[in-house]
Design a binder for this molecule. Sequence first.
Ligand code: ACM
Length: 265
Amino acid sequence: MKLAVGQMEPKICNTEENLVRVKAILKEAEKANVDVLVLPELCNSGYVFKDISEATDSAESIPKGPLSRELIAWSERGRLVVAGICEHSDVGLYNSAGIFARGKHIATYRKIHLFLNEKDWFRPGQEEPPVIEYNGYHFGVMICFDWIFPEVTRLLALKGAQVILHPANLVLPYCQNAMVTRSIENRVFTATANRIGTEREVEFSGLSQITDIRGNRLCQMKKEEVGIVSVIIDPALADNKSITERNDVLGDRQPKLYTRITQDD
Ligand code: ACM
């Protein structure tokens, strides 16, 4: 299975130009015969809104909006694509990941951990991050700042995810390294698709990457590079959770001793 991350620079509030930029990435992924593609967070809208009206004007409904339709079309030839979308719903805006496969909208994940000013524009998602099946393999989805909550990756691994697809607009310098640890502690592949550029003085870090179940970086893009990078993976390797001959990263857990993790205070 060929897995790719796409790295690009969305322009703030310029949905038309962003669609053109996404199409260029899709074309490159098509040429490279990619099966599964991850695109950055909020790739229809950009990230650093001045006010809620900018976010509202850049948002689209999923799956009727123009970016969603483009992604559905790209996925038609038996492919899977996950992209960050500024989503307009009946009740408000969400920072979402649209998941499309085989010409259909499969699911939408609405980011549950909002970062900084995202709290001013978006509602936090109220549903568990999903694991979806594609070609007999299992893919979990989370968005950007979810990385700092190891519970999210663990939850996805417990739900059977073999590969974590991770649209991002990374600002803090830690995530790419943290995802190495997320891979090791869950024995999963991860694919983080980040954006590049500086938007209204906020700098994004690029360095999109794919890690394997031992935390090896299989590939990584440069900080300012635009395009895709891809690797062939066997997601089934993630079914082996044994880290020594006597230790299993899921089977050795002692959840009765961790109940504080799910308490509110
Ligand atoms: C982030 O969650 N976009 C930092």
